[in-house]
Design a protein around this ligand. Sequence first.
Ligand SMILES: Cc1cc2nc3c(=O)[nH]c(=O)nc-3n(C[C@H](O)[C@H](O)[C@H](O)COP(=O)(O)OP(=O)(O)OC[C@H]3O[C@@H](n4cnc5c(N)ncnc54)[C@H](O)[C@@H]3O)c2cc1C
Length: 433
Amino acid sequence: MSQPVPFPPSLWASVTPKRPPSPALEGETKADVAIVGAGFTGLSTALALAERGRRVVVMEAAEVGWGASGRNNGQVIPTMTGAEPDGMAQRFGTVGERFAQLVSDSAANLFDLVRRLDLKCEAEQTGWFQPAHSPGRVKLSAARVEAWARRGAPVRLLDADETARLCGSRDWYGGMLNTSGGHINPLAFARGLAEAAVAAGATLHENSPVRSVERTPAGWVVATAKGRVVADQVMMAANGYCDWFEPGLAPRLARSLVPVLSWQMATAPQPEAVRAAVLPGRQALSDTHGDLRFFRWDARGRLVSGGALIVPFNGAERLKALVGRRLAGIFPQMGVPAFDFVWNGRIGMTGDRMPRFHRVADGLWAWVACNGRGVALSTALGPVFADAIEGKAEADLPVPLTPVRPYPFHAVAKLVAPAMLAWYRYKDGREPS
Ligand SMILES: Cc1cc2nc3c(=O)[nH]c(=O)nc-3n(C[C@H](O)[C@H](O)[C@H](O)COP(=O)(O)OP(=O)(O)OC[C@H]3O[C@@H](n4cnc5c(N)ncnc54)[C@H](O)[C@@H]3O)c2cc1C
């Protein structure tokens, strides 16, 4: 690839100050650790390792935050979408319990990092709220509050009246509030992390798509078109985009997740009266629907929301109508808003909604498939992978390492996955059994 890859248009791309570009990799260099991908995972791992005095080289195919990290809703959420904390512990024992704790602490960890590094990313630790869209889901919220509270999370079950006051809407029946969550401008956070990692001593190369990662007697060789890094260890942090630039780079990893397009949208700035009536406490909100309802205010008075589609044809226009009607229904104070930005990005999904963590080979690490909840988690994983790379015993890590298991009919799964939305909508209309 000779031309720089354009940065995808979005609200965040339009409002976030740029950082000076880092030079593409040329020639040969040595490192303790080579990192593929400059999203939250790659950058937080680079930061943790550089702060510990390791020589780290990060190679990014496009620009910092080009992938999911620069395009997401910016909700800092200390839970997973499907995997419940008790289920994590039952399935993976002590390691699963540690993983639940890592997730539970992940939002507080992100905001602590923002404060420690003084990152200018419009961070607001206003809480994350998961309202329940049916009476049966309130029971689910109560069970979740109980399970997360046992792990020390600052959670509380809100009744219908408290929920209506928090949301500015009577659409929900109660829900779980976690005060450690909130929201950020994700691209500003990614760019800030990059600056912090470089300041700590990491080397960053943008416009440097990695073509191959090979083990040689000299160490791992990570090659781009014009350069190579010889490293003791490698972190594959390309996640849901690991086959985007170089389909042959990690084909088994790419087939171990199913990429699904998530659409994001930002309204025009809303009048003060609407801002005071809708989510007046500025929490981040994602509810219990499978066809998720999610919203948060940005720093300029735009409501940042989005939706999903089975068929992406004419997606932006169809979503403006669909999500506009939905918002007006939930928040009559707002009416049907105009949207200034619509964009999308890839989310890596798995059948059991659990992320996958891998020691692919001796000295080669990876994780994939955030299942839509990776802002806080991928940031928390930096020090975890730094520990793993520095030799912490597998049994002492807070993530369950599993073998890479590609889906057997991956091409079919990719085609069918968006249609799951119809199933989610069907289930959304019924109480959980
Ligand atoms: C639209 C959308 C909305 C979301 N909303 C939320 C949310 O509100 N809250 C939440 O918790 N989670 C959300 N997520 C998930 C969250 O954004 C991700 O889990 C997180 O950003 C993953 O970070 P990452 O660094 O692992 O991957 P990415 O940010 O995708 O980074 C991977 C990087 O690897 C690079 N790359 C790929 N191939 C190569 C190569 N060959 N060589 C070099 N570099 C390469 C890519 O360019 C990319 O920059 C959302 C995701 C999407 C897509």
